[in-house]
Design a protein around this ligand. Structure first.
Ligand code: ZN
Length: 420
């Protein structure tokens, strides 16, 4: 990574690896902010004005960085450095990374859908689509569909594969550090399938696998409701129930990628047999599928999980009670995490989050009733800000974490060749 003691004259002079080191520091700052300025780069990279000036000129010539004209001096909080540089006759023009210099594609493979987004270098989706799909018993069809949507993402946006840094995939099963699934009992048809290599073969893109709730946690932490919160839990209430834990700013995966599988905490004694093989797991009573099934049994007519928010809004008999029971059950399960981890924030995502306060209120009550009271008082429960895009954005963010390194080693010629 960075070498703060690096002699700057070496960066300005020829040796390419040292120049790369300087480019890396400049690119890291540019990736972390939408705009900056040369004085701000001097302050944040610890490099000299001369070095920053040369590196920025190179990056502009290569098309990686753009100088935003007509807003002189507005680009940063450079203060005296701004004034100093203006006195040299060089205005502190705002600088930004060329957003289309590189992309990452995020995919979310749930139990009942495949969603794909093309994200720019800052992680903002520029194109996104989702298709319903019964995923659990059809791994190869699902992977074909995902690859097809990835190809569409590039084709419909005129983005060549060479400008895509990689494919990040969030999937509704635990994923270990090597990208292998623990699909047994979670996604029954996927045992023994390695989606990463399968998707690499189908798309030609380097593929990084992660669990979907972990991807959602990362996205809400980086771009959504959990920005600037170092200790948070993201819970996804969808066809499956999963959680992602951020502790001291880092995603917690556990030894085998199983951390956060809150849907399989016991919620009722002698309840239904869960797909994991245990009985009475939270998922058997609080997933949208379980809630819809409960109503279906009572009404004797089909209820789709996606109908639930509208049924509640319409005041359908039984709905308020079901939502209340669900919220309390989820709250009791979350209480265990609140007591163990002492998070500042719980972000609720997934299909059921659309219900909002009628669900959150009993959920908070469940936490208050079962968690250590002081830990319960310190945690806030809010809805996710990214909606159903959280998982694709987090999956793409895993790929974009390597963006500065990749861009720093591209020679000027390579970059110029790649860019329109
Ligand atoms: Zn279970």
């Amino acid at each position: 990574m960075c070498h703060p003691e690096l002699p700057e004259e070496c960066i300005v002079a020829a040796p390419p690896n040292l120049r790369e080191e300087g480019r890396l520091r400049v690119l890291q700052v540019l990736l972390a902010s939408s705009t900056t300025s040369r004085p701000e780069l001097v302050r944040l990279t610890g490099l000299s004005r001369a070095t920053v000036s040369v590196l920025v000129s190179d990056l502009i010539a290569a098309g990686l960085v753009v100088e935003e004209n007509g807003a002189s001096g507005a680009g940063g909080a450079g203060g005296s450095a701004d004034a100093e540089i203006r006195s040299m006759g060089r205005p502190a023009l705002p600088l930004a990374l060329n957003r289309s210099v590189a992309y990452a594609i995020g995919a979310d493979i749930g139990h009942a859908h495949v969603r794909v987004a093309l994200c720019d270098v800052h992680g903002t989706p520029v194109w996104e689509t989702s298709e319903a799909k019964e995923v659990d018993r059809a791994p190869h069809e699902t992977l074909d569909l995902a690859a097809d949507l990835v190809r569409r993402a590039m084709a419909e946006n005129g983005v060549p594969r060479e400008r895509v840094l990689g494919l990040g995939v969030g999937i509704a099963a635990p994923v270990d550090a090597d990208g292998a699934l623990s699909a047994e009992g979670i996604m029954p048809g996927w045992t023994g399938i390695r989606p990463g290599p399968e998707l690499e073969r189908r798309t030609g893109l380097a593929t990084e696998m992660t669990n979907d709730a972990n991807a959602g946690a990362l996205a809400e932490h980086m771009y959504g409701a959990g920005r600037d919160v170092e200790d948070m839990v993201y819970i996804r209430l969808s066809a499956g129930i999963g959680a992602g834990v951020i502790a001291a700013g880092a995603l917690q995966l556990g030894a085998g990628g199983l951390a956060g599988e809150i849907g399989h905490l016991p919620a009722v004694r002698d309840g239904l047999v869960c797909r994991c093989g245990n009985r009475g797991c939270l998922e058997t009573i609080a997933s949208p599928v379980a809630v819809a099934r409960l109503l279906q049994d009572s009404w004797g007519e089909p209820v789709a999980p996606s109908d639930l928010p509208a049924l509640l809004a319409a005041g359908t008999p039984g709905m308020a009670r079901v939502v209340e029971d669900t919220g309390e059950a989820v709250g009791r399960a979350l209480a265990a995490l609140v007591t163990l981890l002492n998070p500042r924030l719980i972000v609720v995502g997934g299909d059921l989050a659309a219900i909002g306060e009628p669900l959150f209120e009993p959920l908070r009550r469940g936490i208050a009733r079962s968690a250590l009271p002081s830990a319960a008082r310190q945690v806030a429960v809010v809805a996710g800000r990214l909606g159903s895009s959280a998982e694709v954005r987090g999956a793409a963010a895993r790929v974009l974490a390597r963006a500065a390194q990749t861009l720093a080693v591209m020679s000027g010629a390579e970059a110029a060749e790649l860019l329109p």
